[in-house]
Write a protein that binds this ligand. Structure first.
Ligand code: 7TS
Length: 410
């Protein structure tokens, strides 16, 4: 176990078995962390232990195993509360992904409240999962979705944001860190501005979870979503944080077992938080793995991790922009973990394919952010995204790979 004072990338790498993979004679260079991150041994062990010793359904059995599983599940929720700096554990809901959390807010919070001509503001750099759910609810209610413009560097135009906010603005949806550009948005100030206009704010923290310490109370976020598999935890899980008063006032999203108080054919009454929003059997083993992962992450020196990742981004930007014909997309002053780029002569998919042959995994495409691609005038980018286990040597391998692309495509 690495302690808070000893962050070392060499030691961290040993905790991730998959990083020892070789592809032919080349070591795996995994630079697709924004899509999903690899899992440390502590997560694999926690889940293995759970399946071997404690597997049962939760909140149901009086029997020993069910009590063990329930205790571990509840402990993980308390770990999530600490990770997010939430006031109450019951404000942290388990969902099946960041996407589901946003849909839940759109349907359970927004749909009953929005009236025709109410406005939903979303930044142009949102992931589709923070656009489409709002378009669906706008269609259902007559509300209007308005984009907040960004500048050529990939930063939100704050003056335009100020002008767009008005008494009809009911919801603001903002990505904390952009998955296509790496921009870190100034969400604390933007949340305060939205509140002054009477709007409620949902922050999409899918990319922030692995890279920044989060404090939802300090941010004063109304809703905040996480994508657990990007935070080194298992797939199939997200977290939706919501302020207690907002969640209390919202109807259930899904109906089923474990979310009710009473059921009869005349009607049903619902359980309190968090169960009201967690119908059916949850991903118990995954949640146990999530708890172990977040404890592990919080025990690291997060400032050192941030510094390390910032150094990787800076180094990659320097090496890539030295290659003629390479253009960086997204030059925000505040950036994290992501370097997007295009080349004069090669399509991003060709870049991805040549790099793959070198053992280097990146993502090529629009990254589920078509509006930002359109705004910046590119159909797609090649994207290297870093995790805490990546190294300067891997950045150099990326730059060598891109040189090779240049040699092949001219
Ligand atoms: N929001 C952002 C900012 C994201 O980056 C993603 C996934 C999501 C929401 C959706 O998360 P999910 O866990 O519910 O799927 N982003 C990416 C990506 O950049 N490459 O693959 C998935």
């Amino acid at each position: 176990m690495v302690t808070a004072t000893s962050f070392s990338v060499e030691a961290i790498r040993k905790e991730f078995p998959i990083l020892a993979t070789r592809l032919g004679d080349k070591p795996l260079v995994y630079l697709d962390n924004a899509a999903t991150a690899q899992k440390p041994q502590v997560t694999l062990d926690a889940m293995d232990e759970f399946w071997r010793t404690s597997n049962a359904n939760i909140h149901r059995g009086v029997h020993h195993l069910s009590q063990m599983a329930t205790a571990q599940f509840d402990t993980a929720r308390e770990t999530v509360r600490r990770f997010l700096g939430a006031r109450h554990a019951h404000e942290c809901l388990f969902t099946k992904g960041c996407t589901e959390g946003i849909n839940l807010v759109a349907q359970s919070y927004a749909r009953p409240r929005l009236k025709p001509a109410d406005e939903i503001l979303l930044s142009t750099m949102e992931h589709h999962s923070n656009i489409v759910p709002w378009q669906l609810v706008a269609e259902q209610t007559g509300a209007i979705v308005r984009p907040i413009p960004i500048n050529d560097d990939g930063e939100i135009d704050l003056a335009a944001y100020g002008r767009l906010l008005n008494e009809r603005t009911k919801i603001v949806g903002l990505v904390h860190i952009s998955n296509s550009l790496g921009t870190i948005n100034p969400i604390k100030a933007m949340i305060a501005q939205a509140h002054a206009a009477g709007a409620v704010v949902l922050i999409d923290g899918a990319q922030a979870g692995p890279h920044l310490p989060i404090d939802v109370q300090d941010l004063d976020a109304d809703f905040y979503t996480l994508s657990c598999h990007k935070i080194y935890a298992p797939t199939g899980m997200g977290v939706l944080y919501g302020k207690e008063a907002l969640l209390e006032a919202m109807p259930p999203y899904h109906g089923g077992g474990d979310m009710i108080r009473t059921v009869s054919f005349e009607g049903s009454t619902f359980a309190g938080l968090p169960n009201k929003f967690e119908a059916g059997t949850p991903n118990v083993g995954g949640v146990v793995g999530l708890g172990a992962t977040l404890k592990w992450l919080m025990a690291l020196d997060r400032e050192e991790v941030e510094r390390h990742e910032a150094e990787l981004v800076g180094y990659a930007e320097t090496l890539l922009s030295d290659i003629p014909g390479v253009r960086l997309i997204g030059k925000a002053r505040q950036k994290a973990a992501i370097v997007s780029f295009v080349m004069d002569t090669a399509h991003p998919h060709d870049i991805g394919t040549v790099l793959d042959a070198e053992g280097i995994a990146i993502r090529a495409g629009h990254h589920c952010c078509m509006p930002v691609m359109e705004r910046l005038g590119v159909p797609a980018t090649a994207r290297a995204s870093f995790g805490l286990y990546n190294t300067r040597e891997e950045v150099e391998a990326l730059a060598r790979g891109v040189q090779k692309v240049k040699e092949i495509f001219g």
